[in-house]
Design a protein around this ligand. Structure first.
Ligand code: PBG
Ligand code: ZN
Length: 321
């Protein structure tokens, strides 16, 4: 009889035949930086995740260094917002200053700039509003401005997350023209209109003040359309493709992995983190085990890069086993 259990007898043989191995090298840790001083504020729905002002961010950077996490993605919370999000291309803006700070303090920390407008607009949408909806091509012009500003600040990679058509091409063209030919783009190519972003919108003060994001983010019911979005972004010059959220969309991660030849990232979003933390705090689940199982499933599905609020905890766990 064929007995698969023979290979499950002991930890040593289970390790020998293990197909998927998580590593601290897989993780990108999101950082929220807020304009102001002496701020370290825990995000209510994301226990263990904080908003920092720049003068306190070194605490976090030292911790990342110690644990061995080398990559971060930055989100900024500016003091002033307007209708078009113009603060996002201010060379002295909060994320620009954050990048400069990190690159001088810890040049080895790879710094990815999220490129979008929802944290910078007073209405919370990801671009310029015309007739009650985000105007695609007007937003692209501002996206170019923001990209150049982040590039000049010294970002190692840009990650456009607004789901505008043609965003990757617009960015690639302007970056190349301005001499940033070597700056890679990780596109949030397949980003669904998801309820799982709720806690992030509290964290970044970026909830839309009217309507929702369904005219630009994808319908969760669609899978073939994900491949279309991915292929378009590849043609436009994306270096890495991201799927977001992660857990409910692992079929999409697998699809992109099989059908493209670029690295695939997935974003283990705020709502996924919040659910796990809430249940764990009630003692309803084993939070650490479930975290490792979830992250493993993302990698097993094909993710090369995992953006996750669990990065620090998971890395500590991996360092100790
Ligand atoms: C905004 C942006 C969002 C996230 C990253 N960039 C949210 C949104 O579309 O509202 C979500 C991250 C998370 O939920 O952890 N462009
Ligand atoms: Zn946005």
């Amino acid at each position: 009889m064929n007995r698969p259990r023979r290979l499950r007898k002991k930890s040593s043989i289970r390790k020998l035949i293990r197909e998927t191995h998580l590593s601290v090298n897989d993780f990108v840790y999101p950082l929220f930086i807020e304009e102001g001083t002496n701020i370290k504020k825990e995000i209510a729905s994301m226990p263990g995740v904080f908003r920092y002002s720049l003068d306190r961010i070194n605490e976090e950077l030292e911790e990342l260094n110690k644990i061995g996490i080398q990559s971060t993605i930055l989100f900024g919370i500016p003091k002033s917002k307007d209708a078009i999000g113009s603060e996002s291309w201010n060379d002295e803006g909060i994320v620009q200053k954050g990048i400069q700070h990190i690159k001088t303090q810890c040049p080895d920390i790879y710094t990815i700039a999220d490129v979008c407008f929802c944290e910078y607009t007073d209405h919370g949408h990801c671009g310029v509003i015309e007739n009650n909806d985000v105007d695609n091509d007007k937003t692209l012009i501002n996206l170019e401005r923001q990209s150049i500003s982040m590039a000049k600040a010294g970002a190692d990679m840009l990650a456009p997350s607004g789901m505008m058509d043609g965003m990757v091409r617009a960015m690639r063209d302007t970056l190349d023209l301005e001499g940033f030919v070597e700056l890679p783009i990780m596109s949030y190519a397949v980003k669904y209109a998801s309820a799982y972003y709720g806690p992030f919108r509290d964290a970044a003060d970026s909830a839309p003040s009217f309507g929702d994001r369904r005219t630009y983010q994808m319908d969760p019911a669609n899978k073939r359309e994900a491949l279309k979005e991915a292929m378009l972004d590849l043609q436009e010059g994306a270096d890495i493709l991201m799927v977001k959220p992660a857990l409910s969309y692992l079929d999409i991660v697998q699809d992109l992995k099989r059908n493209t030849d670029v690295p695939i990232a997935t974003y283990n979003v705020s709502g996924e983190y919040a659910m796990l933390k809430a249940a764990a705090s009630k003692g309803w689940i084993d939070g650490e085990k479930m975290m490792m199982e979830s992250l493993t499933s993302m990698k097993r599905a094909g993710a090369d890069i995992i953006v996750t609020y669990h990065a620090k905890e998971a890395a500590i766990k991996l360092n100790n086993t």
